[in-house]
Design a binder for this molecule. Structure first.
Ligand SMILES: NC(=O)c1ccc[n+]([C@@H]2O[C@H](COP(=O)([O-])OP(=O)(O)OC[C@H]3O[C@@H](n4cnc5c(N)ncnc54)[C@H](O)[C@@H]3O)[C@@H](O)[C@H]2O)c1
Length: 370
């Protein structure tokens, strides 16, 4: 099947690595036949990088509507800023093309619902490329937890801070503006975490959060912005099954970064990406978990995302990383943002049902003026 990329920025080359892994393993996969970016030079350079890795240079476009019309694509991967996810998806569905979307599914929950409805309306597939639940390592960790390796989960701790020195995350100013990113890092990075949390232990019922914008101006020396997205978020949450969580992320910290998650259960602790430690001190390393729980799954999360897209199109198989799960993850992030806005705990269900939307309203407001 013929695949196109819309957006040739920071993350796009990692997707080519995913396609490369599938090719190397002799697995059936898409041919990346066209790429598009509004920055022509960027798209040309990216096409050359694709040619080196995959052996064939894709056609280059600067308008994705022209690309999908001319190239007779089966599917596209959408790799652009969050405010454009829903309009690009709708245009692609309408042109008869299946869509793989990057996280977050949409800039805000109401647009996430729209995308799912649009896919149904045009009878097209939508999958989400959410690496935190894809690839052998992540699939093995989730299955091990569901199999009871660490018992029933009581507590999740997840901390991530980065030191940007008042610069831009990944060199991209748009990530700090809520009208383009949906929020600050709590959405861009946070949705990876909430997707993983809910994958391993089911739905989160209620969230309470404080958020701040500590850095009032960010600059890379020639572009300066006044960020509207939160740079610091401190959150607590309660699972439907009773487990508790403490989750923090910040791009405002200086000097030292932090990173790590601890999943505590009645029999032990899982350190994502590292190992399990059982109550008697015995360690189970990830390769053992992969052998036991994910033997047939490709390693690279993005390689896996294209396996999921392929199987969703050819076999109507429900992907692990579905749009619906992505919407739930986005709902948890927006519950935190809502809570910080109104100063009260917020139920995720009230965000997903649209009953509470004070924070989302501020995003929609800014989208009109960006
Ligand atoms: N680990 C991950 O899963 C991961 C990591 C990084 C980014 N992402 C996601 O991938 C998406 C892209 O992020 P990025 O870091 O590559 O951003 P980026 O800003 O580096 O790249 C986006 C590209 O899209 C192009 N673009 C903008 N509007 C366009 C349009 N209308 N048509 C065609 N091209 C257009 C821009 O010129 C830019 O080159 C976001 O949704 C982001 O959250 C996911």
């Amino acid at each position: 099947m013929k695949l196109g990329f819309i957006g040739c920025g920071v993350i796009s080359i990692a997707h080519v690595e995913g396609l490369e892994e599938l090719k190397r393993k002799g697995l059936e996969t898409f041919e990346l036949s066209a790429v598009c970016d509004i920055q022509h030079e960027r798209a040309e350079q990216f096409a050359s990088a694709v040619a080196k890795r995959l052996g064939k240079r894709p056609a280059v476009y600067t308008d994705y509507r022209v690309m999908v019309e001319k190239e007779q694509l089966d599917a596209v991967s959408v790799l652009i800023n969050h405010d454009l996810h829903h309009t690009v998806a709708e245009d692609c569905f309408a042109a008869g093309v299946h869509v793989q979307m990057q996280k977050p599914l949409a800039i805000s929950p109401s647009f996430g619902w729209k995308m799912i409805a649009d896919a149904k309306k045009f009878n097209k597939v939508i999958t989400l490329s959410e690496p935190s639940v894809l690839g052998a390592e992540n699939v093995a960790m989730v299955k091990a937890i569901k199999d009871g390796v660490i018992g029933s989960i009581s507590l999740i701790l997840d901390y991530a801070t980065v030191t940007l020195n008042r610069g831009f995350f990944a060199g991209t100013p748009w990530r700090h503006m809520k009208g383009q990113a949906g929020a600050g890092w709590i959405n861009d990075h946070g949705v990876h975490r909430t997707h993983f949390f809910t994958e391993i232990n089911g739905s989160i019922d209620e969230v309470f959060a404080y958020t701040e914008i500590f850095e009032k101006e960010l600059s890379n020396g020639y572009v300066s912005i006044k960020p509207t997205g939160e740079d610091t978020a401190v959150t607590v949450f309660k699972y439907t099954n009773g487990g508790l969580g403490n989750w923090m992320c910040a791009t405002s910290t200086h000097g030292e970064k932090t990173g790590g998650a601890w999943i505590y259960g009645s029999k032990g602790c899982l350190r994502p990406g590292q190992h399990v430690t059982l109550a008697d001190g015995k360690k189970i390393l990830l390769p053992e978990l992969i052998e036991r729980y994910a033997p047939g799954i490709v390693e690279h999360p993005f390689a896996h995302s294209y396996v999921e897209l392929w199987e969703a199109i050819t076999e109507s198989k429900l992907p692990i990383s579905s749009a619906e799960r992505g919407l739930e993850a986005l709902g948890v992030v927006f519950a935190a943002l809502e809570s910080a806005t109104i100063g009260k705990p917020v139920r995720v269900q009230d965000i997903l049902s649209g009953e509470k939307h004070a924070y989302e309203d501020t995003v929609l407001e800014e989208m009109k003026i960006v």
